[in-house]
Ligand binder design. Sequence first.
Ligand code: HEC
Ligand code: HEC
Ligand code: HEC
Ligand code: HEC
Length: 153
Amino acid sequence: MFGRRRHYDHVLRVLGLFGMGFALFLLARYFMIPGDFGVYGFYRAGALDDVKAQAPLHAGEALCLDCHSDVGDLRKEARHAKVRCESCHGPLATHASGDVTAKPVALNPRRLCIQCHTTQIGLPANFPNVVPDEHAGDLPCTDCHQPHRPKIS
Ligand code: HEC
Ligand code: HEC
Ligand code: HEC
Ligand code: HEC
């Protein structure tokens, strides 16, 4: 009979709506996901080439020592020998490639040291730490410590 409704029609309409929504989602997903996604894992395979194409920012300590062997000699057996050059001086690939117009930035001789040498979560308990104001007043740390061989006595 015309116009006769089944008691579950409203449920079918809602299911129909969900179905349309899901189909729309699959369609959008199809167009938005790059073709090479998931070839190797949960990332875009082409991202590997994108990253490889970037110029490296760090040169590595071995290269620094080619030209700055005096600093290397000073650091031998100093406890700072285990801190890599670019941890303090920042990434210097351009400078180290021989382009010495790319001068390293001057470091702050107090803020730099405090970054590593005040008590902080994650450092071993026996790490050589100071309370900067009690230890040094407002003097730059490098007034007394040579940064490449910091032990005084
Ligand atoms: C190809 C040789 C070369 C390499 C490799 C090199 N440098 Fe240099 N560096 C120089 C020269 C030349 C100067 C300028 C010296 C001067 O002006 O007295 C310099 C100056 C510096 C200065 C002092 C800047 C200033 O204001 O006085 C720092 C710090 C420095 N280099 C750090 C590094 C670090 C760290 C590395 C490794 C990532 C490195 N260098 C690699 C040649 C090199
Ligand atoms: C703990 C931090 C630290 C590390 C590690 C470090 N430096 Fe330095 N370096 C300094 C500071 C601080 C200065 C002096 C201030 C400035 O550069 O502005 C300096 C100065 C220099 C200078 C210029 C004056 C000088 O003393 O000869 C050169 C060149 C240099 N560093 C090269 C190097 C190289 C090469 C390495 C690694 C073998 C290295 N540094 C590791 C902190 C550091
Ligand atoms: C990137 C972190 C870092 C920075 C920045 C840094 N240090 Fe250190 N420092 C260390 C580490 C690591 C040690 C060795 C700790 C160990 O052997 O357990 C150390 C050791 C020392 C010691 C003990 C030396 C000894 O032989 O007993 C002194 C003093 C010191 N640093 C002073 C300085 C000064 C001054 C500056 C700034 C010019 C500075 N540090 C910047 C990481 C850093
Ligand atoms: C007025 C001189 C002076 C100044 C400035 C100074 N120190 Fe020292 N510092 C010393 C002396 C002296 C010692 C003890 C001798 C040694 O072991 O080198 C020492 C020791 C240290 C130690 C080793 C502590 C340990 O437990 O072994 C650290 C780390 C240190 N200083 C960091 C700093 C930092 C960071 C600054 C800047 C905020 C700074 N110092 C400024 C004179 C100074």
